[in-house]
Design a protein around this ligand. Structure first.
Ligand code: FNR
Length: 368
């Protein structure tokens, strides 16, 4: 028998239920990583190399989890990251994530390749709710410019340009399932010459411009007032370059292990990046986000201790949505809030701004 929602006690529980209830091809698309899935596994297990050094005898009666991301105050330092094809998991698609994000006052990043149209997802939000846009850059820059201008007009507060996908990675589970129904919004974004023979990912990605380069970034900065964030940065040299070119943020990410296998986990990269930025006193010149494998509030706390402004979470909300719809997403977010409040108390911190590197022991990470 399928567990009822109240029997899901952590984010991994939703995945187990989703696996049983989802269509095989949909499960393959959501759950797969690139090649041997070593990076996908490492994303979560990297957090197991970091231990806490809690403080004692701090007043933790009241704990405030709120923080600010790109100028928006949120209730807890995570956002719902962009994941394509929401209707594979639930017929209503991404608008379920919009409603869940509203309930918990967190930000939703809208994917270029959402199953719902961009306008449907914006229409589903409340007036005071903040969304960001994830952008795959089209070879035809006129299309890209239209997408950016429209997003800004509709109130998006951040433009996340995905930079780790000049070509889509090989996700073999997904390729084997030969996904056929990519959905109408995706068809509009990617054109009609969609190759359906090799899984959902390949079917929808042929429009992405592999010639995108640093030379193009000033153009993006010139066409929008939204903050620009590079999503998928993997080494400190590129963070420095991002600061020099003037973007407002980076996401240290390997695309949930779906692109380059043997890319390092976001948290490992963060441990490389922050000491270099602090040495130059550049830590306040850019906002640093991390995603990939975040499943526990302790993972969020570790990333913030090391200097992240916030973290992105992908698959767990897709699985919660696929298994239980909006109540599932609601419960997944509430579980994270409860876990985080408890663990903040246990490490002796009553607010997010108290989190700092002395609270973690990172000697198990390879950079140390
Ligand atoms: C993604 N991700 C992603 N990223 C992006 O920039 N554009 C996209 O269209 C997608 N699509 C997508 C689909 C699915 C099914 C997954 C699982 C992921 C990557 C995503 O934004 C994020 O980097 C990872 O999902 C974070 O890892 P976790 O939380 O899923 O482990």
């Amino acid at each position: 028998r399928m567990p009822i929602l109240e029997q899901c006690y952590n984010l991994m529980d939703f995945e187990a239920v989703a696996r049983r209830v989802m269509k095989k091809s949909a499960w393959a698309y959501y759950s797969s990583g690139a090649d041997d899935e070593i990076t996908m596994r490492e994303n979560h297990s990297a957090y197991h190399k970091i231990w806490f050094r809690p403080r004692i005898l701090e007043d933790v009666e009241k704990v405030d989890l709120s923080t600010t991301m790109l100028g928006t105050k949120v209730d807890i330092p995570f956002y719902v990251t962009a994941t394509a094809l929401g209707k594979l998991g639930n017929p209503e698609g991404e608008v379920i994530l919009t409603r869940g994000a509203k309930k918990h006052n967190v930000i939703q990043m809208i994917p270029t390749l959402a199953s719902c149209s961009f306008d449907e997802i914006v229409d589903a939000k409340e007036d005071d709710q903040v969304q960001w846009l994830q952008l795959y850059v089209n070879k035809d820059r006129a299309i890209t410019k239209r997408i950016i201008e429209h997003a800004e007009k509709r109130g998006c507060k951040g433009l996340f340009i995905t930079v780790d996908a000049p070509q889509l990675g090989r996700r073999e589970k997904d390729m084997r399932s030969k996904y056929s129904d990519v959905g109408s919004n995706v068809q509009e974004t990617s054109g009609d010459n969609v190759d359906r023979s090799q899984g959902a990912a390949r079917a929808i990605s042929s429009f992405i411009d592999p010639s995108l380069s640093w030379k193009d970034i000033p153009w993006f900065l010139s066409v929008t007032n939204m903050p620009i964030i590079l999503k998928g940065v993997q080494r400190v040299e590129d963070v420095i370059r991002a600061i020099e070119i003037g973007v407002q943020g980076v996401v240290l990410s390997n695309h949930g292990g779906r692109q380059l296998d043997f890319a390092r986990s976001g948290i490992e990269i963060l441990a490389e990046v922050m000491p270099v930025l602090r040495e130059r006193n550049w830590q306040d010149r850019i906002e640093i986000y991390v995603d990939g494998g975040i499943r526990r509030a302790t993972d969020i706390i570790k990333a913030l201790c090391l200097g992240a402004t916030g973290v992105g979470i992908g698959r767990p909300f897709l699985f919660a949505m696929s298994a239980y719809g909006l109540p599932g997403v609601d419960r997944a977010m509430q579980l994270l809030k409860d876990e985080m409040e408890m663990n903040m108390r246990l490490i002796g911190c009553s607010s997010v701004d108290q989190l700092n590197p002395t609270l973690v022991d990172c000697r198990g990470l390879s950079m140390h």
